[in-house]
Write a protein that binds this ligand. Structure first.
Ligand SMILES: Cc1cc2nc3c(=O)[nH]c(=O)nc-3n(C[C@H](O)[C@H](O)[C@H](O)COP(=O)(O)OP(=O)(O)OC[C@H]3O[C@@H](n4cnc5c(N)ncnc54)[C@H](O)[C@@H]3O)c2cc1C
Length: 408
């Protein structure tokens, strides 16, 4: 049987592996043994949902695939050879394949701003959500003894979808938590910063304005139109000269494709592997998700889970045929169903099927859609229960002691 190695066990990689099933010998190589449901990462960071409920084991999602948990270090495409540093044990491991699928996703983009790596918290992985939560709760506790306003001030850099979502979620969590449990602490503040003068600039100006109003209504301060020039140990500096002191700086300023794919000697555009209509980069080599530059109907696909999933499902269905013959196989086509951004409790903005939505209806649609998209019935049930309990009980301020509280 042909050996297919899928590099990356996220949205695109697991859906491809799942779809191929037993038709080929599939190996998935991934750093984690789970798929992270990123649309609910902001909710996990503030405790609206339990972080465990938004991760699903790859072995459960793709039971016929072999999973190798490790870091892909090098790929020799011509020889179809992959060098991995396994998570467990010493040394490196070499895998040989007949076909390779690149599904490595993206990494945070620091844009070369000094101090980001050292002093800001990224917001991309499940560990990032836990670290943000632990840090904020530790700082709330600390500020009851040392009432420094910068302890309870959070700067979120990047007013795109994920920055807007974490800002709204933090404002909804921190204010009620502080009012109820930390009366002595300085009132928390969330400041959303971006070089672009709009929040969620990918949406229309009127939806952007609705998002800005919703965030301001829950107390988020918007500092837009000026780039961050430096992240310092205790805050940030903006290009307009303003300095903001904040003990927590969250970097949500965007992502770039996994840097590994630019070193392969394969065609790339803005760091993404250029694929044909069958998601093929070179004969027998494929790319899907955030690392792939896919042109399908509506221009280049954006790096979102919606597209990554569809591309994974396409390869899952057609890869066993594509590796033999590609002529009669339909090309990948997908049109977006819309986009929704949650801005905290009971508010979301976006477009579904071309229709603009905002406010409570947007939020209801957001929750319904993403609950439906969550893999596995067990997780759907757990998240639905988390949401219900969150409506009924005060914010949960317990944090799990860890030595890894500060910026990495
Ligand atoms: C906070 C946040 C919120 C988001 N919200 C939404 C949303 O609401 N809707 C939406 O459509 N999209 C959303 N996205 C975008 C979405 O998460 C990505 O577009 C999607 O995950 C891309 O899927 P992928 O398969 O390409 O990569 P991923 O799902 O990121 O999977 C890549 C996998 O590869 C693994 N990997 C990477 N490098 C290596 C290596 N060297 N060795 C081994 N394994 C490796 C990673 O561990 C990961 O498991 C959000 C992203 C973030 C960060």
């Amino acid at each position: 049987m042909r050996r297919v190695v899928i590099l990356g066990g996220g949205f695109s990689g697991t859906s491809a592996a799942r779809g191929i099933g037993r038709r080929l010998e599939v190996t998935v190589v991934s750093q984690d043994n789970f798929l992270l449901f990123t649309p609910m990462l902001a909710e996990a960071a503030v405790g609206d949902v339990d972080p465990r409920h938004i991760v699903t084991p790859i072995r459960q999602l793709a039971p016929h695939a072999r999973l190798v948990q490790g870091v892909v270090e090098r790929v020799e495409v011509d020889r179809r050879s992959i060098v991995i540093r396994p998570l467990f044990g010493d040394g490196v491991m070499q895998l040989e394949a007949d076909n390779i699928v690149f599904a490595l996703g993206s990494v945070p983009n620091t844009f070369g701003v000094p101090g980001v790596e050292e002093h800001a918290l990224p917001f991309k992985e499940i560990g990032d959500a836990l670290r943000i939560r632990n840090r904020l709760l530790a700082l709330l506790e600390h500020s009851t003894q040392t009432p420094d306003p910068s302890f309870t001030r959070v700067v979120v850099v990047g007013a795109g979808y994920s920055g807007a979502e974490i800002s709204g979620a933090l404002a909804d969590f921190l204010r009620p938590a502080a009012a109820r449990f930390y009366e002595e602490a300085p009132p928390p503040a969330v400041i959303l910063v971006d070089a672009v003068p709009r929040v969620t600039p990918a949406l229309s100006p009127s939806l952007s304005a609705a998002a800005a109003r919703a965030l301001e209504a829950r107390g988020v301060e918007l500092a837009l139109g000026s780039a961050v020039t430096e992240v310092r140990p205790g805050g940030i500096t903006l290009a307009n000269g303003r300095k903001i002191d904040a003990a927590t700086v969250i970097w949500a300023a965007g992502v770039k494709p996994s840097p590994l794919v630019a070193q392969l000697g394969l065609p790339v555009d803005k760091g993404r592997l250029v694929v044909d209509g069958h998601l093929q980069v070179a004969p027998g080599v494929f790319a899907i998700g955030d690392v792939a530059r896919v042109e399908a109907g509506e221009g280049v696909s954006p790096p979102t889970a919606q597209f990554a999933l569809r591309q994974g499902r396409y390869l899952g269905r057609y890869l066993p045929d594509l590796v033999h013959e590609s002529k009669s196989i339909p090309e990948f086509r997908y049109k977006t169903k819309g986009e929704l951004v949650s801005l905290g409790h009971r508010n979301a903005v976006g477009r579904t099927l071309g229709v603009p939505v905002s406010g409570f209806i947007g939020w209801f649609l957001w929750r319904t859609y993403y609950l439906w998209q969550l893999p596995s019935g067990l997780r759907k049930a757990r998240v639905a229960l988390d949401w219900t309990l969150d409506l009924l009980f005060p914010p949960d301020i317990a944090w799990i002691p860890s030595s890894d509280l500060g910026p990495r």
